[in-house]
Design a protein around this ligand. Sequence first.
Ligand code: A2P
Length: 316
Amino acid sequence: AVPNFKLNNGVTVPALGFGTYAAEGTVGKGAMRKPVTTALEIGYRHLDCACIYRNEDEIGEGLRDFLINNPSVKREDIFVTTKVWVHLFEPEDVEWSLNASLKDLGLDYVDCLLLHWPFAAERTEDYEVKRNSEGKYIIKQSLTEDHKPTWTAMEKLCNSGKTRSIGVSNFRIEHLDNLLRFATIKPVMNQVEIHPYLPNTELLEYCWSHDILPVAYSPLGSQENVTERLMEDKNLMEIATTKGVSLAQLLISWGIKRGYAVLPKSANPERVKNNFHFVGLSDSEFEAVQKVAKGRHTRMVNPSFFGHNMWPEESA
Ligand code: A2P
């Protein structure tokens, strides 16, 4: 069975979630509707969404299809996360963003609302991202340096019941340190890229020591801008083969055993099914994966909209 984690506000979250970011070019064509239904049928009870993925309407349809056909499962049995994109960090825009997500998802609350990145950018009058002449985001300095106004708006939404929890994503230690200085509601989670090529050990230790649950995106290794593919790692493949599990199952189970929730993502029903599997790892199997991770710090996708590296090299 898939274990759960308890968040610092007492809410329970399944350790294995379904990522819904869809490949460029598939958005708006209903590409996520079926995979979401499939994932729920397989047993996933944790969906990771974001307004910037531009497919929350498809996810809402998939979720609705599933709930209609499976009356024994209730909305409250499913943990749904969504995120506020960086151009909506003005306090009054945060609620606008959540309202838009709720409408698309067809829900009256989400289980967790995250700030998607620790920086803020400008928006246009019609709530789109504003870009400069080079097509880059225009960083909003004040809200990037001081997250308090945005976080206070998040806290209000939490108190209003539109979201059960609030958290952050892609925050580094210095961002969390700053946030914890003024937060009256602590973030329940920090969602970041974590896998053996980006073990993020210092950040994990910081999160655990502050009772913030780390949540791993790209637990199978990022597919973008990488020179080495984690899923082709010979040592890892050998560990998985010897154990008689798939490499994805090994990586998912290793992450959960390390102490964080993982969000594998696939549009392929066979792989969606294969990934929903937690296997116990012996100490030596766990250590063997740790050994692959040791000293690694392949930085995550460095989105061009930043213009700077969010993840300077960090020792593992
Ligand atoms: P696919 O959708 O074809 O299954 P990330 O989260 O880092 O972007 O990576 C997810 C990628 O991993 C997707 O390209 C997905 O492709 C692939 N993937 C997901 N599950 C598996 C699996 N069990 N085996 C191999 N590749 C997988």
